[in-house]
Design a protein around this ligand. Structure first.
Ligand SMILES: *Cc1c(COP(=O)(O)O)cnc(C)c1O
Length: 432
């Protein structure tokens, strides 16, 4: 499989190059040159395979011959190493819980898959590779955990000091080994700026192989298709084909689901569930796409004003806006409605939602109210314990800590203090 740059279809690379580069040299996103399709019978078979075998069959064409089959099998076993249960909330509405991984958020799957692919590609590479990540909270933890102990790869995470939650900070700073956390005196934007400068710096490029682990990387984006297939594997036979509601920010997750649909996965309809950052929801309702400045909300992992993966959705449907609008419905959910949903769903169904899941569930309820013969599922992308203040206020009781969060308490936390200054950051990197 080759991947082309969305800025220039002539510029093609294989999966290895696309993963190492992250983005094409012309700054375009990489896109697979063809999407494998499967017949109804083949899907019937795929939906009955054990998760890891199914995942191998789905991912193999995307990886091509850049990773040997036995290695890919091992990478998949390490990626899907926790459960993905489909839990009923009502008789026609289910939650696909994607938060049982090591950092309690769905980004674990993409981060684990990508880290192990890079680890394989750099096994025999003369230069050590350094992964640079700026994080506002969730991504850094998933990347740190994903890369922990992967030989040949060093990870440097920049986070805004004092601006991530306590659980998130522990996830970033307690790894040790090949993971360094830099507590930057500044905002997330400062962190992102320092990382972008590093990628453009000739001295650094010469000194070490730099790469990024952000969500536009194909090795993080494409394995997210597996959620949708895992959902269909568990979907009750007696119900109509599912409507799938996805809490969306950068739109990598939803776009991966649409790739699976293109491959023939039996999903009936999709919902783009957005908070106040709703440029794509507005597009789906008929407006022209108009990116906005990000607005802060209580579902903060979705606070993206100009989603990078929107352009991939357009490409997947050859810019046929009406086709996209027929398949995907967009909803905007306010913070007030998000809180009210967490409270109501706990009271009426004893189900605890995190703010991101709450946005997706309410969007799905609104769709089902207008389409009462349908049934659906939403993606529960983060564990409620990652947002304890908001969730505990809404449900009126304390949350139980899952083991993955309990384990962090008492671990040694270490971070490097860093001013929001690129030259200081550069000299720190050069002196390692
Ligand atoms: C990253 C994230 C999202 C948004 O996913 P995208 O693929 O960027 O649309 C939703 N929920 C949680 C908890 C996240 O961490």
């Amino acid at each position: 499989m080759q991947y082309y740059s969305l800025h220039n279809p002539q510029l093609k690379v294989d999966f290895r190059e696309a993963t190492i580069l992250g983005q094409a040299p012309d700054k375009g996103l990489f896109f697979p040159e063809s999407i494998p399709t499967y017949s109804v019978e083949e899907w019937e078979e795929l939906l009955h395979l054990p998760a890891q075998e199914m995942a191998f069959r789905i991912m193999q064409p995307y990886v091509g011959d850049t990773i040997p089959a036995a290695t890919l099998q091992k990478i998949i076993a390490e990626t899907l190493s926790f459960p993905f249960p489909l839990v009923p909330v009502t008789s026609s509405l289910y939650a696909l819980e994607l938060f049982h991984g090591p950092t309690l958020a769905f980004k674990d799957v993409g981060a684990r898959f990508m880290s192990r692919c890079l680890g394989y590609f750099f096994q025999s590479h003369p230069k050590k590779v350094t992964v640079l990540v700026a994080t506002s909270g969730d991504t850094g933890g998933a990347v740190a955990s994903g890369f922990l102990g992967v030989a040949g790869v060093e990870v440097v995470i920049l986070y805004p000091k004092g601006k991530v939650s306590p659980v998130q900070e522990l996830q970033l700073t307690t790894c040790g080994q090949n993971i360094s956390a830099l507590a930057v005196e500044g905002s997330f934007d400062d962190c992102q700026f320092m990382v972008k400068e590093a990628f453009m710096d000739a001295d650094l490029q010469q000194h070490r192989q730099l790469t990024s682990a952000n969500s536009i990387n194909v090795a993080r984006w494409l394995p997210q298709q597996l959620y949708y297939i895992l959902a269909c594997q568990q979907w009750p036979k007696q119900l109509p084909l599912p409507v799938v509601s996805v809490p969306s920010g950068n739109f990598g997750n939803l776009c991966a689901g649409l790739v699976a649909w293109k491959s023939g996965l039996p999903v009936h309809h999709f919902i783009a569930a957005c908070n106040a950052n709703d440029s794509v929801a507005a597009f789906l309702q008929g407006a022209a796409f108009s990116p906005q400045k990000a607005i802060a909300t209580i579902s903060n992992a979705m606070d993206v004003g100009n989603p990078s993966n929107f352009i991939r959705i357009l490409e997947l449907f050859q810019q046929d806006n009406e086709l996209i609008r027929g398949l995907v419905s967009g909803y905007t959910i306010s913070d007030a409605d998000t809180k009210a949903t967490m409270e109501r769903v706990y009271r009426d169904y004893h189900y605890v939602l995190d703010p991101h899941g709450a946005v997706a569930m309410l969007a799905l309820e609104r769709f089902l109210a207008d389409n009462p013969s349908e049934a659906g599922l939403f993606m529960a992308t983060a564990h409620p314990v990652k947002f304890p203040e908001t969730v505990e206020r809404a449900i009126g009781k304390q949350l139980e800590m899952p083991a993955a969060a309990k384990d962090l308490i008492g671990k040694t936390s270490y971070s490097v203090p860093m001013a929001a200054d690129f030259l200081l950051f550069k000299s720190w990197l050069l002196n390692r």
